[in-house]
Design a protein around this ligand. Structure first.
Ligand code: TGC
Ligand code: FAD
Length: 392
């Protein structure tokens, strides 16, 4: 693997919009990624394995619960710092960012927001330190974009709940100690349950044969008459709005993360355009290659502005779910297009594991699908601006 000499583009001097804490968090995460992720990521993606040895490091840089209060072990940072951490991690690899997103936004967030004090104290410090890893089970074999149809269910058996059903495509599932699982009660109301590894009837088979997010572990969650203690129900919110509220936080992080992947592809292609000689001159001197690069930096800059503004709105607790959808959809699409163009600019070298571009490109095919597909986010914007629901 080549040494990581990434330099971040900042065409509109956006650093001037960041405070000292933002820059410190961003720079330290960037250094950590160069030191701990870049040297190993190609090897782990090639062998389709999550590099568990970086869990402690992810915890130390505040990637687990960046905005969770310090009293629960979180880093107590604001939403822009959280976004910058996601951007820098995904600059290294979307799969590693996935692990951090799930831990923060889909496991720690619901326990913090919908859990009681005993649950916060029991789980959050261990999740923040990486001692326990978590996963989030919403998607089912027959219910992906339409989670309201879920069939996973639990019945009240007096001193415990009995949980049955299955979730699939679950990030971190194969090694998680804790799963936040969404299931319907006897009346059909959706609730969150904390299921722990070791509960009888709970298994997490790994999903193999992926061409995307290969350095992230994906699996199923299978519940066969699992006895879940009543203390493990998240008491403070129910209904589909509860899991969808977690998705707001994760989708926001992905909007930042995608910028990281795009910046890495752009930086690599720009550097290559100055080094690669064809027809007696660097390929960067050809107008067709300049067009690709000029469009890349334009799109990255627009995404940076959109996302920074969204971060300000999130800090003021004013961002709507539809605004988050727009940023997730725009930025992931932007990053995927840049990855595809950048890969072409490297010619045959673009398909080599020596460069990060093809790995980003393949990863982004998952990112454009999970947390709401590209089409679903368009329909969320459509509903928001017209008032007409076109999902059903
Ligand atoms: P709908 O009737 O619109 O809404 C049901 C209730 O939820 C409320 N709501 C939200 N609340 C908070 N945040 C949001 N973003 C919300 N969107 C809706 C809504 O107000 C309502 O509340 P109430 O009180 O009236 O009951 O629900 P619907 O069934 O029509 O579905 C709407 C739709 C299609 C937008 C939604 O189902 C959706 O977003 N589908 C996409 C599914 C998805 O994103 N799954 C992601 C699974 S997790 C994952 O992919 C993790 S990958 C992680 C990684 O590795 O990084
Ligand atoms: P479907 O819902 O079957 O969609 C198929 C196609 O139909 C898509 O193009 C979609 O846009 C389109 N479509 C669906 N409905 C409509 C409509 N109403 N109008 C127009 N078009 C429509 N889930 C979790 O719960 N937890 C996780 O940790 C998690 N991690 C994941 C990790 C990976 C690597 C991947 C790939 C997925 C992960 N997911 C996870 C699942 C992910 O959220 C779903 O794949 C996603 O929500 C889409 O569901 P689906 O795959 O069933 O596609």
């Amino acid at each position: 693997m080549k040494p990581d000499i990434f330099e971040a583009p900042d065409y509109y001097n956006l650093d001037e919009l960041l405070n000292e804490e933002h820059k410190l968090v961003r720079n330290s995460t960037r250094s950590w990624v160069k030191r701990e992720v870049s040297p190993i990521i190609n090897e782990y993606a090639q062998k389709a394995e999550f590099p568990k040895q970086i869990i402690k490091g992810l915890a130390n840089i505040g990637a687990f619960g960046a905005y969770i209060p310090q009293e629960y072990g979180g880093a107590g940072l604001d939403q822009i710092s959280y976004g910058l951490i996601m951007q820098e991690i995904e600059r290294g690899d979307s799969g590693i960012r996935s692990t951090a997103s799930v831990q923060s936004s889909l496991v720690m967030y619901p326990i913090w927001k919908y859990g009681n004090e005993a649950q916060r104290k029991k789980y959050l410090p261990k999740l923040a330190s990486g001692e326990w890893m978590g996963c989030f089970g919403l998607t089912e074999p027959d219910y992906g974009s339409n989670p309201s149809g879920m069939v996973t269910n639990f019945k009240d058996k007096g001193d415990h709940y009995l949980l049955n059903g299955a979730k699939m495509w679950i990030s971190n599932a194969p090694f998680a100690q804790v799963a936040v699982v969404w299931a319907k009660n006897e009346t059909g109301r959706v609730h969150g349950l904390i299921v722990e590894r070791g509960m009888v009837g709970f298994s997490t088979p790994e999903t193999h044969n992926k061409w995307s997010l290969r350095a992230s572990a994906t699996g199923e969650l299978i519940f066969e008459n699992v006895k879940v203690p009543k203390d493990n129900l998240l008491p403070n919110k129910s209904g589909l709005g509860a899991p969808l509220g977690c998705l707001d936080s994760a989708r926001y992080g992905i909007a930042w993360g995608a910028i990281g992947a795009a910046m890495d592809c752009y930086d690599t292609a720009l550097r290559y355009s100055k080094e690669r000689i064809q027809f007696g001159k660097p390929i960067g001197k050809f107008q067709l290659q300049q067009k690709k690069l000029a469009e890349m930096i334009t799109e990255i800059t627009k995404a940076q502005l959109l996302t920074w503004r969204l971060g300000v709105l999130r800090n003021q607790d004013k961002a709507t779910s539809a605004q988050i959808s727009m940023a997730k959809r725009n930025n992931v699409d932007m990053a995927l297009n840049i990855a595809r163009e950048a890969r072409q600019m490297l010619g045959a070298m673009g398909i080599s594991g020596e460069y990060s571009i093809m790995r980003h490109m393949m990863n982004l095919e998952s990112v454009i699908t999970y947390e709401g597909t590209h089409d679903i986010h368009l329909l969320i914007t459509g509903l928001d601006i017209t008032g007409y629901n076109a999902f059903k």
